[in-house]
Write a protein that binds this ligand. Structure first.
Ligand code: GSH
Length: 202
């Protein structure tokens, strides 16, 4: 298997962290977003959306979407379990994963694209929209801080894929000013716990 990857982007990092938790090594193929290698004709043949990550299987099939890639890996390599044991736990992890993706990750990408200098000159930035998106993400992190008052991890008492989404999203948000606030003690405790895992370096 080969992962089309980018060191700075959160979606490929989700997959790298997932693989690291499973202790799986795959060949990494770096694709440079800053030079728009991801929109080159060669890469668009691999993923017409021009997005990373892409997992190339040994039979030449290309899998896109980090969630789909992780689910594929989870089925092939079920241990350690990252997407839940049993119907209820699976559903709870999926619910939090979707909330994190839509309510925090998406606004974080809007904040990054509209506020960060990386995108200046590459796209038209709307600063006010970026600030609104940043505030939306910050409000949701407060909600997550409240949730973590009564549970160890994002989806309950076990580390899961939801924690991988949350951790990579939080790290991604930092350059856009989306950070854990000093009074968010539960989120701080959770962040330090996840950051101490070897997979956090992936
Ligand atoms: N829903 C997709 C999102 C993929 C995505 O947005 N990838 C970003 C990097 S995090 C990308 O390739 N962006 C290319 C660009 O912005 O030009 C997934 O989870 O895999």
């Amino acid at each position: 298997m080969r992962l089309y990857d980018n060191n700075f982007a959160p979606s490929p990092r989700r997959v790298r962290m997932f693989l690291a938790e499973k202790d799986l090594l795959v060949t990494l193929h770096a694709v440079d977003i800053s030079t728009q290698e991801n929109t080159s004709p060669e890469f668009l043949k691999i993923n017409p959306l021009g997005e990373l990550p892409v997992l190339e299987l040994d039979n030449g099939t290309y899998l896109t979407e980090s969630l789909a890639i992780c689910r594929y890996i989870e089925v092939l390599y079920p241990e350690p379990c990252l997407m839940g044991q049993g119907t209820l736990e699976k559903a709870k992890i999926e619910a939090i994963a979707l909330q994190l993706m839509f309510r925090i990750y998406v606004p974080s990408t809007h904040a990054f694209r509209n506020l960060h200098k990386f995108w200046a000159g590459r796209i038209s930035q709307v600063i006010e929209y970026g600030k609104l998106a940043r505030d939306e993400a910050l409000n949701e992190w407060q909600r997550m801080n409240d949730l973590l008052a009564t549970q160890t991890f994002m989806a309950g008492e076990h580390f899961s894929y939801a924690d991988i989404i949350a951790f990579t999203t939080l790290e991604f948000g930092k350059p856009s000013g989306i950070r854990v606030q000093p009074n968010q003690v539960n989120l701080t405790r959770w962040y330090n716990t996840v950051a101490a895992r070897p997979s956090a370096k992936a």
